[in-house]
Structure formats: C-alpha cells, structure tokens
Design a protein around this ligand. Structure first.
Ligand code: GLA
Length: 403
C-alpha cells in the first residue's frame, strides 16, 4: 500500500473510532422516570421483589404515567466474578438469572436498569467494574439492560472523566442503547464534562427520607436542594441549571416520596421541587404497599408534565427569605409558560404571599393555575396568598394571557 493510502486509512480508522466512541444519542430527552431498589430495600433484594414491583407499577398506574425504568441497585452480584472474570448475579437472590428477569420486565413494557461501580468494588463491597468495562458491558447487553447506574466507590487514584468515558465507550461497543447514569456525587463537577459521557449525573451525596436532616453521607431532600444552589459559583441563580437539557440531566438523587421519614406535605413538596429542577424521577419507596395518597402524588399528571416539559430547562430558586419562611423556585416551560413553586420553610403552617414582581425573570401577565388543587388561582396582576402547612408547597402553572 502506498504511504498516502496507508495514512488515509489510519486517519479514516481513527475518525471512525471517534464517531464510535460516544454515548447513545436520543435517550433521556426528558428526565428518566422509574423505580430503584436502594432507598427502601438496600441489600434486601431478589427477583420476586423486582417482579412484584413491576406488577404493582402496572396495576397502580405508575408504568402508564411514565415510570419506565426499573433499576436494581447495589447488592445484586455474587461476591466473586466467575472463573472467566464475568460478573454474575447472586444465584440465591436471582435464581432465574438476569436475562429472564429482563425478559419479564420487557414483556410488561418496562426497561431494565442495573447498578455497578467505576471502582474495584461497589459501595457495598461487591465486584466493581474497573478493568472489566468492556466485558461487563457485553454481559449487561446480553441481559437486555437499558440503564446503567455507575457508582464511584473504591476508585483509588482513577480519573473520573477517563473512567466514565471508558464505560461509555464500552457500552457503545457492546451495541445496546443504555441510559448511562453517572453516580459520582458531583466530586469532579461532572456537569462540566459529562454532557458527552452520560445522560444524567449525580450532583451530591446520598438522599435519605428526611426534610433537612443529616446522617453522615446522607442528607434530607431540602438540604440536597440547597446544595444544588451552591454547587457552581458565580452570579445568577441558575448556575447549575444551565448544564441540564434534553439527554443530559443534573441528578439530585432518587425520590424519597412516601418513605416514613417524610410527612405527606414534605413528600408533595419534594416531588414538586424535583419537577421544578427537571430531576430524573426515580421512585424509592415500596410501591407494592403504598398509601393511595402517596400513589396520587407519584402519578399526578400535571406535576409530571412540569418535570417532563420538552423544553428541558431546569428551574432555579429566585427567592429565599428565611425571615418570611418562604422560598420561591421557578422553571421556564415550553410555549411561554412557567412553573412556580412556593415552599413554606417554617415548622408551622403559614400564609405565604407571592409578589409576582419579585419573580424578575417572568415578564408579562399570566393566568395562574394551582396544580395540586387543580383550580384557577387568579392572574399575576395581584399578589397571591396561600395557606401552607409546614414544609408544604403551592405549585403553580402560569399561562400567558392571550392578547
Ligand atoms: C452510593 C450511591 C447510592 C447507592 C449506594 C449503593 O452511596 O450514591 O445511590 O447506589 O452507593 O451502595
């Protein structure tokens, strides 16, 4: 072969390699929705639980409301890889095997998600993916996996960007589209580099079922919400929000809606504010045995429409007034509409007044709909006062007045 032809071939191959090495496009164009085993079940998982969860999500309307991804978190693996280095499921917890479980979920209209870790071990001490990325991606593809959550424990001196890119490339090489969910806890500012690597990235440590408590590595949802606001330095309230959009989302961690540490008001507020910040909505409660009012929160179509708005703009806080016990968050929606969420941060019921002119970002006259109450709440020419329980919200949808 002539030198020039060989050179062209090398360039051609490396360009081909370049286009090959990418995340799967056209996935997660709105924030992914589903269920994950961790928040309620931790290591106490097995195939019966996963099947019962899927069956419950069909019966209670969650699947049809959009909760498509059923994700098995940590502790599904055997403690050791097999003799060929393959990652294998614990045969006691998953006796029928992962392929059969994936088939079951797919037949019911779900997508199948799984957890692994970029380090040598998962956070619970099971085999991690480091050094086995291409092998594991092939295994997951053969099981029909559609979503991979990839954790960050035991990563040693590994570079986060390179490590997550390696897994991205491995998934692509395996040839099965998977939502790639980076669970790196915001330690290396993934919002700055992960748009081309994954479809969502955690921004903080773990959530637990509390309003604003703290338990070591875990924080209540309000504390996690506050952290979103301070992750990126600079002027303007929408710093972190700017990094989100169709196919690449900030992930403030999974839902605690319906879990015992939250009041109903706190569950409703958590859900509303996760919708405002365009969060992936991954339920973390026992959906087989939930109260009807918890179900009604999770499947509320009008709140879900805010989270899933196709414009994909993440909302942000425009007002925090501890003296008046009020926070206001806003989100721009398609067609000139806005969502506004007012939170009563006090530990007692309070009258909260929304002065529309405070919301500097929203210009013009709008009709106001109270989303949870499902009724009109006037227009933006007059301040709106609402009575809110402790840690409850008013969630409002603003529609521009027709001229
Ligand atoms: C980390 C993650 C959690 C969960 C656990 C499992 O803490 O952030 O979401 O996956 O690991 O061990």
């Amino acid at each position: 072969m002539k030198k020039s032809a060989a050179f062209a071939l090398v360039i051609g191959l490396s360009l081909a390699g370049r286009t090959w090495a990418q995340k799967f496009p056209d996935l997660a164009l709105t924030p992914p929705m589903g269920w994950n085993s961790w928040n309620t079940f931790a290591s106490n998982i097995n195939e019966t639980l996963i099947k019962e969860t899927a069956d419950a999500m069909v019966a209670n309307g969650m699947r049809d409301a959009g909760y498509t991804y059923i994700v098995i978190d940590d502790c599904w693996e055997s403690m050791q890889r097999d003799a060929n280095g393959n990652n294998v499921a614990d045969p006691k917890k998953f006796p029928s095997g992962m392929k059969a479980l994936g088939d079951y979920l797919h037949a019911k209209g779900f997508k199948f998600g799984i957890h692994s870790c970029a380090g040598v071990k998962t956070c619970a001490g099971y085999p991690g993916g480091r050094g086995h990325e291409y092998q594991d991606a092939l295994t997951y593809a053969s099981w029909g996996i559609d979503f991979l959550k990839y954790d960050w424990c035991e990563h040693g001196t590994a570079d986060a960007r390179e490590t997550y890119k390696t897994m991205r490339d491995a998934i692509h090489a395996a040839g099965r589209p998977m939502v790639f969910s980076l669970c790196e806890w915001g330690q290396n500012k993934p919002w700055e580099w992960a748009t081309d690597v994954g479809h969502m990235w955690r921004t903080t440590g773990d959530i637990y079922d509390s309003y604003d408590g703290r338990k070591g590595w875990e924080s209540g949802w309000k504390r996690i919400l506050d952290l979103q606001y301070t992750l990126v330095e600079g002027n303007g309230p929408d710093q972190i929000a700017r990094y989100a959009g169709p196919g690449h989302w900030n992930d403030p961690d999974m839902l605690e809606v319906g879990n015992p540490g939250l009041t109903m008001a706190e569950s409703r507020a958590h859900f509303s504010l996760w919708a405002i910040i365009a969060a992936p909505l991954i339920a973390g409660n026992d959906v087989r045995h939930m109260k009807p009012e918890v179900r009604d929160v999770l499947v509320n179509k009008d709140v879900l429409a805010i989270d899933q708005d196709p414009l994909g703009h993440q909302g942000y806080r425009v007002l925090a007034d501890p003296g008046k016990n009020i926070e206001i968050w806003v989100r721009e929606l398609s067609n000139g509409e806005w969502a506004v969420c007012a939170l009563n941060t006090s530990s007692a019921p309070a009258d909260i007044t929304i002065e529309w002119h405070y919301l500097w970002t929203i210009q013009g006259k709008f009709q106001v709909q109270d989303v949870w109450a499902k009724k009109p709440a006037g227009d933006t020419t007059k301040p709106l006062t609402v009575r809110l329980d402790s840690h409850d919200v008013a969630l409002l949808r603003l529609t521009p007045e027709k001229k």
